[in-house]
Unconditional design. Structure first.
Length: 82
């Protein structure tokens, strides 16, 4: 789990913007993030996966009516860094 503000400085601008948006929304779907970041039609998966691998984002999968949906959340430590 990231605990150092300097780690945020190393993030590419698109990843940092996505992370800030998740923190601001509290939890988000990929479609919500694309809309909020004015990136409709863009594939956000590379940024999401990069943030997830470094523990800046958590992914929760919810199944409803047989359909799986991924919800993105930022750990409390990340909220405190931003």
């Amino acid at each position: 789990m990231p605990k150092d503000k300097d780690l945020l400085k190393e993030l590419p601008a698109k990843e940092l913007a996505l992370l800030r948006e998740v923190c601001q929304l509290g939890a988000a779907l990929e479609e919500d993030l694309a809309l909020q970041l004015d990136r409709l039609g863009d594939d956000l998966r590379p940024e999401i996966e990069s943030l997830r691998r470094r523990a800046f984002l958590h992914v929760r999968t919810v199944e409803r009516h047989g359909e799986r949906t991924e919800i993105y959340l930022a750990p409390r430590a990340v909220h405190e860094l931003l």
